[in-house]
Design a protein around this ligand. Structure first.
Ligand code: S3P
Length: 435
């Protein structure tokens, strides 16, 4: 049980958020399969990234921490050994799907499992292409759900048209493609985040990207490197919205990754009237990084169409909160994928916002939110979904009598220290601090 009191004062401060979760998973994977010692700065301490670290430790990779960095001695694909136990992916869909791509090409049988939420998420979308490449994958009762048993081995390259835009599926195919005989090519219906493609190049390999298609050759040798992980835009988004909707607020979030395949929420918030500025633009480890300054104002409702889906996918819960606090109607459409996340985010956010007194229409592929009315005091459920918990917490700041949530521990999945940081920007005590 967690209580969020309404805020009487604007939010202020300069903050940092944990390292990008998507880049973190990939940094650990590529460092483990490359040759030589890689160093990773700013890996998030979130549970999801730690699952991927543990998975490679389970496969015999030497991984250790030295003050604020993670060191990995990689020794190529063939150095990975069969894990003794089932690999526990916890709550992490990214860990399970990307590891499936890694394990598909390894000459042993392994098992991947996760928590009750992960056991309900669709895995057939990786089973299909990886099976076509030659892996044998068994899912629970053949229904495409975890636990997965993967009998890996010799793979062949494929030419694959992905039915849904998904960076996890794309990455699983590319990781298998790097181990396959011949060429693997894929095409997505919409461009999803491209951290895997950038990471292949960063580790000295080649991935040819042409619009929505990617081509990799098998048998490439990857070399160790230093990776600096920028702050996670998906974590920053909670603070950007919190400051954007509370008049008089001013927050700077330092060192945030703004890869153009991830920055949909910035575009959406600007279209809603948010005052957002990018400061100190630079490139770090191939990824664009900025400090983001946001000032509070009155937002206006807008249409967020299907074209925004891939670039914005993890930010819909917090954008729904922005919609609830904006004047007028916000319509979200073309995001049926939200129903397959850590929770069914269309259903869980509709329920949460309705408890706060917001008029919400739920549709199969989105929702319509009539914003602008003061939020009521409420007791809400997070369904163990970290982004739902953090989004509702931000809504709680603007209620007239506070908000109570059943389970807030799930924020540790991606953002340990979230509530402390929120308290600090509320009490104005933050200055150039990081968590
Ligand atoms: C991720 C891809 C997205 C996103 C998830 C992280 C990744 O999932 O929602 O939080 O790191 O590749 P999908 O690939 O299922 O869209």
């Amino acid at each position: 049980m967690k209580r969020i009191e309404p805020t009487k004062r604007p939010l202020r401060g300069e903050i940092s958020v944990p390292g990008d979760k998507s880049i973190g998973h990939r940094a650990v994977i590529f460092a483990s399969i490359a040759h030589g010692r890689s160093t990773i700065f700013n890996l998030s301490g979130g549970e999801d990234n730690l699952r991927t670290v543990q998975a490679f430790k389970d496969m015999g990779v030497k991984i250790w921490s030295e003050s604020d960095l993670l060191c990995i001695d990689g020794n190529g694909w063939d150095s990975l050994s069969k894990p003794n136990e089932t690999v526990d992916c916890g709550n992490s869909g990214t860990a399970m799907r990307l590891l499936s791509g890694v394990l598909a090409g390894r000459p042993f049988t392994s098992r991947l499992d996760g928590d009750p939420s992960l056991r309900q998420r669709p895995m057939q979308r990786v089973i299909d292409p990886l099976s076509r490449m030659g892996a044998q994958i068994r899912s629970k009762e053949g229904k495409g759900l975890a636990p997965l048993e993967i009998q890996g081995g010799k793979l062949k390259g494929i030419d694959y048209r992905m039915p849904v835009a998904s960076a996890q599926v794309k990455s699983a195919i590319l990781l298998a493609g790097l181990q396959a005989d011949g060429i693997t090519s894929l095409e997505e219906p919409q461009s999803s985040r491209d951290h895997t493609e950038l990471m292949i190049k960063g580790f000295g390999g080649e991935a040819k990207v042409d619009g929505r298609s990617v081509v990799v050759a098998g048998g490439q040798k990857l070399s160790a490197r230093e990776v600096r992980i920028p702050g996670d835009i998906s974590s920053a988004a909670f603070f950007l919205v919190a400051a954007a909707v509370i008049p008089g607020s001013e927050i700077i979030v330092r060192d945030v990754g703004v890869n153009p395949t991830r920055d949909g929420a910035i575009e959406v918030l600007r279209r809603m009237g948010a005052k957002i500025e990018f400061l100190n633009r630079r490139i770090e480890t191939g990824e664009p990084v900025v400090d983001i300054k946001v000032c509070g104002s009155q937002l206006a409702g807008i249409d967020i169409g299907p074209e925004m889906a891939a670039r914005t996918i993890d930010e819909y819960p917090i954008l729904a909160v922005a919609g609830a606090l904006a004047e007028g109607t916000t319509t979200i459409s073309g995001v049926k994928e939200l129903r397959y996340k850590e929770s069914d985010r269309i259903a869980t956010m509709t329920e949460g916002l309705r408890h706060l007194g917001v008029e919400v229409e739920e549709r199969d592929d989105g929702m319509t939110i009539r914003g602008g009315k003061p939020l009521e005091a409420a007791s809400v459920k997070t369904y163990g979904d970290h982004r739902v918990a953090m989004s509702l917490a931000i809504a709680g700041l603007s209620t007239n009598g506070g908000l109570q949530m059943d389970d807030a521990g799930c924020v540790d999945t991606s953002f340990p220290g979230f509530f402390d940081l929120l308290n600090r920007v509320r009490s104005h005590s933050v200055s150039r601090e990081s968590i």
